[in-house]
Each structure stands twice: as structure tokens, then as C-alpha cells.
Design a protein around this ligand. Sequence first.
Ligand code: SF4
Length: 364
Amino acid sequence: MSGIYIHIPFCKKRCAYCDFFSTTLLNQREEYVKALLKEIVNRKDEANEPIRTIYIGGGTPSTLEPYDISRIMATIDAPETEEITMEMNPGDVTPAYLKGIKEAGINRLSIGIQSFQDPLLTLIGRRHNAEQALTAVRNAKKAGFDNISIDLMYALPTQTMSQWEADIETAVNLEVQHISSYGLIYEEGTALTQRVRNGELEMIDEDSENAMYDRLCERLKKAGFVHYEVSNFALPGYESKHNSCYWNGTSYVGVGAGAHSYIGVVRSWNPNDLNTYIRNINNGTLVRESETLTDKDRYNEQIMLGLRTIHGIDEAITRQIRGKYETILDFTQANLLTRTAQGRIVATQKGLHILNRIIEELMI
Ligand code: SF4
């Protein structure tokens, strides 16, 4: 079973923390969608297994019209697909829009709420407010969507623990099926990073960030969510099937500017530039760069992706690499990793705080 990822690189406004590939040149949407449709047709045979999931991400896919989403879905033409997710900005989630994309086949929404606090939303440069975020979820439910994910961010400058607890509580009370939550990362070249450098804003310290993460994990666990990936929580049965492809090594085809594909042991990616992508598709010269994963790459991926999930890693893979099994034992003794009843190695709550460091130590 494989997945398809469709990249929509348009945003109405750039957020202050974002370094993703996206553009505010909305007048290129029609040209882009036409190029996307061509790429889908050209690569039809690459998904050599039945398509199980489709994920329309961005950027902001809800900058497209429902009609565009219908065209994309009709071109993929895979009516048996189990999970079809679309990312949305809360400001775009109107009843008419929801009706249109539901008719197009979307059955799961990922709404980029980030915070229910207006001052924080303004600070990070989001174009929606808290009221729109609440209305978005209510509208989505009314429109019949019963698989809704929301994104929340923590460790934002000036964010207090009580604001964060209020956000978690609001999220729980909204009764969505899935929550993804990320601590803010200060990426090079973003407006927020610059403001910290200028001394206008202060970063939250590491202990406070860890405390916010722990509070999130505890509260969502109490509310019945399964913490199935370091940043992802789902009610039982609502784990993202598409994202699980990335974590368990299932093949996926990525379509659109900058989109990555992974088929067999080959990873490939489209040019990360809108005009190059459109031009190359139109004149039939799209060349994807690619790399074939070596045994070392595949070992590293298993460590990096496996330890992020509830399924962890098989310790046997670390026995093949000198010194790595001993490192596992050290981490286990330090209560950073633990062995499950099924014999898998997973991160403990304490280990999740320094997961990147643990992964680095275990990689080769
Ligand atoms: S909406 Fe998403 S992709 Fe667009 S600028 Fe904001 S964070 Fe980046």
C-alpha cells in the first residue's frame, strides 16, 4: 500500500517562524495546478501498489478553490483510498468551502490552529485569530468531518504555562480525533529568529519547554489520546495513516514543487522552485534529483524514525554496529530508553526531552 503527497506551495501571508518552501504569489495558482495535474498523469504508474493514503499539504492547500481540489482528486482517480487529508488554515474553513472539498473526496482535515491566544497568534504572524480557530473546528464537524487533526505550538516567546494549559484544555474540549504539537524551532533567516537576535524577544528556556511538553503528554493521555509519535497524539484508531508511511518506510510518491518521493530504496525530489517546476513540467524536462539509500542510510533511518514512534526499534539492528548496543544499554540504565514487553526499544518520557541527542549517538 502506498501514499501520495501533493504539495501546494501557496500562502496568503508568511508566518514569522516559517522556513518551509512556500510563496505568496497566488496569481500563479492556476498555472501550478495545471502543472500538478500533468505530473500526476505522467507518474501514474509509479505507485506500484494500491493507493492507501493521499495527503495534500503545503504551504496552505486551502488557498486553492474546492474546484482545484476536485480536479486533483479526479486526476489521481483512486476511489478506494482510505485516508485523504488536506491541511487548512482556520481562516479558510467556511461551510461552503468544507462542502466543496468533502464532495471532492477529502475525509480528514489537518487544521493549523497553533494557538488559541490572539496575542501569540499575532506574535508568530498567523493570519487567523482564536475565534476563527474555534469556528473552524465547529464548522468542520457540522459539515460531517469526523477525522479532524489540529496543530498546536508551544515554547513560543512570552507564552506562559497557564496559557499553554488553557490551549490544551480548549483542544481537548473541542473533541477532535488527532493533535499534532511542536515546540517552536528558531530557523535561520526567519523574522522571529531575527527578533530574538535583536533582543526584542526572549526564547523560552529548555526546562520550561520540557515542562510544557510533559503537561501536554499527561493531559492528552488522560483524555484518552495515544501518544504514537513524539509530536502526534490520536484517539485510538485515528493515527495518521499517511504520516505512518513516512515513519515505517512505506513507499510514497510526492507530486509538486519540492515534493519528495520514496520508492523501494530510492528517494527523489522535485525542484524546490515554483517557476522551474512549472516550466520543466510544461516542456517535459522535469528531472528529479535522487539518491539510493545505502545500508548505512537505512540503518540511520530506522533509528531516526523508529525512535520517534511508540513502536521504537528492534534492538537487534544495533547489535550489528560496533558499540551501538552498548550505547542502548547505557541509555536504558539512565532511564532514557526502555524495553517494551514486545522486546522493542522505545524512548521514555525523560528520553523524549533529548531524543535528538539519543538518535545522534545511535546513528553511524
Ligand atoms: S501557513 Fe504554514 S507554510 Fe505558510 S508561511 Fe505559515 S507556517 Fe509557513
